[in-house]
Write a protein that binds this ligand. Structure first.
Ligand code: BG6
Length: 447
């Protein structure tokens, strides 16, 4: 057997916020756990900094965050090089002829994705003659269906679909693993994942956080693009799909894609948007901003399994509590009450089964399905990217189908304004979203 050639991890945008906040802390955590293969870390950035200055910049965040093994970081530092370069074929020319396996990580503002892809492609870096080549594209993948299609087209000029890893960190969350395994290992429960067992589905991700200094990104994005089109749609796909016989990349991606393909385009009348009070006073936000910080959609599937079952997606910032869950509500009892199955994503990962008993009593059984996940979502995705495991990465079809579904609402929301909701509340009124007899779990506790 040949020895393992070190993998080139080429980080375009190493001096940016994403590298510092997410990529490097995850690399350090993986190295600390002994899970990183031998790497050559080549950082590219716009800043005229020395390698030491780049390292100092990354390290300052690690220290500030705490809980990091600095000895793992010191070792990683020994694998690093830095190059100041612009994102163009000329700027990245020094990469021409790179030998060995390589992961190109686009930790860049999305406006630079096309330039980066063109440059990598023109330099022949997508060709796999001298080891595998993969490109990681961070979110947001496009801003609507047309731009996502254009980006996919460009990527495929130089990279095969299997070489393109689109980041959606929700697919690395422990609760998502739970959901996949629950469905696979317990066929008896499949009846719940259908119109026979379920009257409606709720997928909620509520945050107490606000902008966190990301106004530049968020102002042009909003909750529908930031959370629903990607993260919540992926959760929906995992609930709605026909479970594949094999949990390997191509089967799982095909199953999720099919679930998304079956969705009807969202209707603006089944959509709600809100903006938290005070959003317009945040630094970097336009005084008359119409960006939504809360979005909810009612979606319908044409798959026979789900005919007539609404899927409610809801996410917002500065709400009363930070929590995420997927809930399958059963059909009503003669008294109109409903049992439910809930997958808690955050703050804790758990499964809850609520059944109705005599005299209106509701009993909830809460348990974990697996051990505490070893890593966070970001670390899981990085490992998968290095191993070429495609399962947690949405395919071209998945991303485009998700945009197809939300596009009509994005277009409608170019006009009008979001409802204003108080910070720390349940969000705006959901009138128009919920069908009669349906209610979502309250965010502030209780059922
Ligand atoms: C990111 C969004 O993708 O997901 C953020 O851009 C959001 O706005 C975040 O806060 C939520 O995910 P998590 O895993 O950090 O709770």
């Amino acid at each position: 057997m040949r020895g393992e050639a070190p993998i080139h991890l080429v980080v375009l945008g190493i001096t940016g916020d994403l590298s510092r906040r997410l990529l490097f802390p995850s690399l350090v955590a993986l190295h600390q756990a002994g899970r990183l293969p031998p790497l050559r870390l080549l950082g590219v950035g716009a800043e005229p900094w020395s390698l030491e200055a780049v390292q100092e910049h990354l390290e300052a965040f690690l220290r500030h965050r705490g809980g990091v093994d600095l000895s793992a970081w010191r070792e990683l530092k020994g694998w690093m090089a830095y190059r100041q370069a612009e994102i163009s074929t000329k700027g990245l020319g020094f990469l021409r002829g790179l030998e060995g396996p390589a992961l190109f990580y686009l930790a860049l503002p999305p406006t630079l994705f096309p330039r980066a892809v063109r440059a990598l492609g023109a330099l022949g870096l997508g060709r796999e003659r001298r080891g595998w080549r993969r490109v990681v594209v961070e979110k947001p993948f496009g801003t609507d269906l047309a731009s996502a299609q254009a980006l996919n087209l460009l990527l495929h000029r130089y990279f095969r679909e299997e070489q393109v890893l689109r980041m959606d960190h929700f697919l690395g969350k422990g609760a998502v693993q739970n959901l996949l395994h629950l469905r696979r290992e317990n066929p008896a429960l499949e009846g719940l994942f259908s119109r026979q067992g379920t009257a409606y589905v709720e997928i909620t991700y509520a945050e107490t956080l606000g902008l966190e200094g990301r106004a530049r990104y968020y102002e042009g994005t909003g909750a529908l693009r930031d959370m629903l089109q990607n993260h919540l749609m992926q959760l929906l796909a995992l609930v709605a799909m026909d479970p594949p016989a094999r949990l390997e990349g191509s089967s799982l991606r095909a199953a999720r894609a099919e679930a998304l393909r079956a969705l009807l385009p969202a209707h603006p009348q089944g959509a709600v948007r809100g903006q938290y009070q005070g959003y317009r006073d945040e630094a970097g936000v336009a005084p008359g901003s119409r960006t939504e910080t809360f979005a909810a959609l009612r979606l319908a599937s044409q798959a026979p399994r789900w005919l007539g079952v609404p899927f409610y997606l809801r996410s917002g910032k500065r709400l009363v509590q930070g929590l995420g869950h997927i809930t399958l509500f059963s059909h009503p009892s003669p008294e109109g009450r409903r049992g439910r199955l809930t997958f808690r994503l955050t703050p804790s990962v758990a499964l809850e089964l609520s059944l109705l008993g005599p005299r209106g009593r509701e009993e909830t059984l809460s348990f974990r399905l697996g051990p505490e996940p070893e890593f966070g979502a970001y670390e899981e995705l990085l490992l998968a990217a290095l191993e070429g495991d495609l399962r947690p990465f949405p395919s071209e079809v998945e991303v485009e189908e998700a945009w197809r579904v939300v596009d009509p609402v994005l277009r409608a929301w170019r006009r009008g304004t979001p409802q204003v909701y108080p910070q720390g509340s349940e969000g705006p009124s959901l009138d128009g979203l919920l069908l009669p007899g349906h209610r979502l779990l309250p965010l502030g506790g209780g059922t």
